[in-house]
Design a binder for this molecule. Structure first.
Ligand SMILES: C[S@@+](CC[C@H](N)C(=O)[O-])C[C@H]1O[C@@H](n2cnc3c(N)ncnc32)[C@H](O)[C@@H]1O
Length: 228
């Protein structure tokens, strides 16, 4: 199961995060984070689902009135607490019923987590319940086209892969189509507001030439849903 790999492999993950030359992490900070933030205009009380080591949570913390964040991994939560001193953290398994929060949220983000979950119906249902009216849910996933060489785009599948191109960080990804993501969240009441297929800009390829190979396809799928 992926769920425990985050604790087990945290040390390695931490090392790869620290290396500036790691293109995957550079892509997240230089390109994808800006793409996601462009969808986050409702900056009241925020909740970051699957916060990891807190690097994206920090972006919310500096922009929002109050920030909460959850993750399943103790190691990730420990690190995130060091980075985000004004955020409230909780250990939560996103595949189970959510705990009772003492507030509702204006913004819920979920960055690069859904591909590790077997079941995203629970998350769709639970997030809808804890969002305020007109609140937004912003999700970012690996664009499903990335796995087209490994599986059929139209088939939901489990795809073996690595985190940050590190052979020691082997995981399985759940590949879902764009229609599955959209239909799952709209089924629970969300309205789809924005679809952003984020690619690899020329400026990034100049610094990380290996990414030239990814330039013809979108790299991340970022979706903004709203509770009306
Ligand atoms: C690729 S990391 C993304 C971290 C962070 N959102 C970011 O973009 O920097 C995926 C995170 O999802 C968490 N995660 C995976 N499955 C989870 C689950 N079932 N419940 C809660 N968190 C989970 C992992 O512990 C890990 O921190």
């Amino acid at each position: 199961m992926n769920n425990y790999i985050w604790d087990k492999l945290f040390k390695k993950y931490e090392q790869s995060v620290k290396k500036d030359e790691n293109a995957d992490f550079a892509y997240e900070s230089l390109v994808n984070t800006l793409s996601i933030l462009s969808l986050c205009d409702n900056l009241g009380v925020a909740l970051d689902l699957g916060c990891g080591d807190g690097r994206f949570t920090k972006e919310l913390e500096v922009r929002c009135q109050k920030t909460f964040a959850v993750d399943l991994s103790d190691s990730m939560l420990k690190q995130a607490k060091k980075v985000c001193l004004n955020t409230t953290f909780l250990k939560v398994d996103l595949e189970n019923k959510f705990p009772k929060f003492n507030t509702k949220f204006d913004l819920i983000t979920c960055k690069l987590v859904l591909m590790y979950l077997t079941n995203i119906e629970n998350l769709a249902c639970e997030t809808y319940k804890i969002l305020n009216k007109n609140g937004a849910l912003v999700v970012s996933v690996t664009h499903p086209m990335k796995w087209m060489d490994k599986t059929s785009y139209l088939k939901e599948d489990v795809v073996p892969g690595e985190i940050a191109n590190d052979k020691n960080l082997k995981v399985t990804f759940k590949s879902r189509t764009i229609q599955t993501y959209i239909n799952t969240f709209t089924k629970y009441g969300f309205h789809l507001e924005v679809v952003l297929e984020t690619g690899v800009p020329d400026s990034f390829v100049i610094k990380y030439p290996d990414y030239l190979a990814f330039q013809k396809k979108p790299y991340r799928l970022n979706l903004k849903f709203v509770k009306k």
